[in-house]
Design a protein around this ligand. Structure first.
Ligand SMILES: Nc1nc2c(ncn2[C@@H]2O[C@H](COP(=O)(O)OP(=O)(O)OP(=O)(O)O)[C@@H](O)[C@H]2O)c(=O)[nH]1
Ligand SMILES: [Mg+2]
Length: 364
């Protein structure tokens, strides 16, 4: 993000004036020092209620693709594509993951929480989730929207991690995509250039977490969800065909609390086996073959029943949220990485000695 120029706080009523942008005063002939004398110029006064301008190189909210890109170049970051149709529970899963980690409840997850460049973004989501009373008809977090500035959509959440060993202070960046379901649908169904460009990051993902609403997928009338999920798996498979090694894929059956009374999940080591799901597997008519094709193509696959918010926050704990993250990180960590790029300080940059000389020359 460029720093604002020193004259940026100025505003000029004269439409021909470019001084505030670093150009020329339109009334230069009248005033020897337009900056001091021109009456058209006014200092911009910010109202205190206005949000502070973001002169810092990060805003604390979701990162845009350029910021995510910069982070990927600079650090050995792990990029995880969290994908799923509208309302699948993507944002809830990431919010719940963050809550657990930040609370020190890392379970089997091999890292502890260290930092976040998107703390404001998480904070807003956590505030919303904290207000949820547990009723199904209330939303837990707001639906992810495309955002006002469509040229720079902000759709990456960041979590900084340190290995679980308290004496190991290496820092690892984890980037999670938090996309609106409509975009995922656009990418899977009507592939046009805009959709493809927006999803360019897919090829750089170290791992994927795909979500499907467990109730919708395993229900008798779950054909549409089965359809959507299978297409999504196939799109990921197709888009990563020349990525080596093949990225792992965790299929999360979300909102499992809603069906727990009627469906008992198989033991963890059997969850990726079709037969272990018994008669329910027949409802995944297209999803299982897609998973099996992906596995044959070399993608490590695992299935996770998860409940990010089984009840209001003050009444209970999430179930199984850390498991898919533990799984994908185990694979992502085993990938060979380039050492991070140092951002060089440009040569010939003014040191104090040259600065003093330059000042003396100009003062003379
Ligand atoms: N009971 C229950 N409901 C959940 C759970 N996770 C999500 N939900 C419900 O599903 C809704 C949608 O969840 P989101 O996380 O916003 O879904 P999303 O995939 O991010 O949706 P988009 O942003 O619109 O693509 C929430 O508002 C909740 O009502 C869960 O673990 N349990
Ligand atoms: Mg969302």
């Amino acid at each position: 993000m460029p720093l604002p120029s020193p004259v940026r706080p100025l505003r000029c009523g004269n439409p021909d004036c470019t001084l505030p942008e670093g150009g020329r005063c339109a009334r230069l002939a009248e005033f020897a020092e337009p900056l001091a004398d021109c009456p058209d110029l006014a200092r911009e006064v910010k109202s205190t209620s206005e949000a502070p301008s973001t002169t810092a190189p990060w805003s604390g909210r979701h990162l845009d693709p350029t910021e995510a890109d910069r982070l990927l170049w600079r650090t050995p970051a792990r990029l995880v594509g969290v994908l799923g149709p509208y309302n699948a529970g993507k944002t809830c899963l990431m919010t719940s993951f963050f809550l657990q980690l930040a609370n020190g409840q890392r379970g089997t997850f091999p890292y502890r929480f260290a930092s976040s460049l998107t703390l404001h973004g998480f904070r807003e989501l956590m505030d919303q989730a904290g207000r949820w009373t547990g009723k199904e008809e209330e939303g837990i977090v707001p639906h992810t929207t495309v955002g006002a500035d469509t040229s720079k959509p902000r759709h990456f959440l960041h979590v900084g991690l340190r290995p679980k060993d308290a004496l190991d202070d290496r820092h690892i960046d984890l980037l999670l995509s938090d996309l609106p379901g409509e975009w995922v649908k656009g990418w899977t169904e009507y592939v046009d250039t805009t959709a493809t460009e927006r999803m360019n990051f897919i090829r750089r993902c170290d791992a994927f977490i795909l979500l499907a609403d467990a109730g919708a997928l395993l229900a008798r009338e779950g054909k549409a969800t089965d359809d959507e999920t299978s297409i999504l798996i196939r799109r990921v498979l197709e888009s990563t065909q020349d990525v080596n090694p093949r990225p792992p894929l965790a299929l999360v059956l979300s909102k499992f609390d809603r069906i727990i009374q009627s469906v008992e999940p198989p033991p963890p080591e059997k969850r990726a086996e079709r037969d272990a799901w018994g008669a329910r597997a027949t409802r995944l008519r297209l999803t299982w073959p897609a998973l099996e094709d992906a596995r044959r193509a070399g993608l490590p696959i695992e299935v996770f029943p998860v409940s990010a918010f089984p009840c209001a926050l003050n009444q209970g704990q999430p179930i199984g949220v850390l498991d898919p993250f533990t799984y994908v990180m185990k694979h992502a960590d085993s990938r060979e990485r380039w050492s991070p790029l140092e951002v060089p300080i440009p040569e010939g940059v003014r040191g104090f000695a040259t600065l003093r000389r330059w000042r003396d020359e100009h003062a003379a």
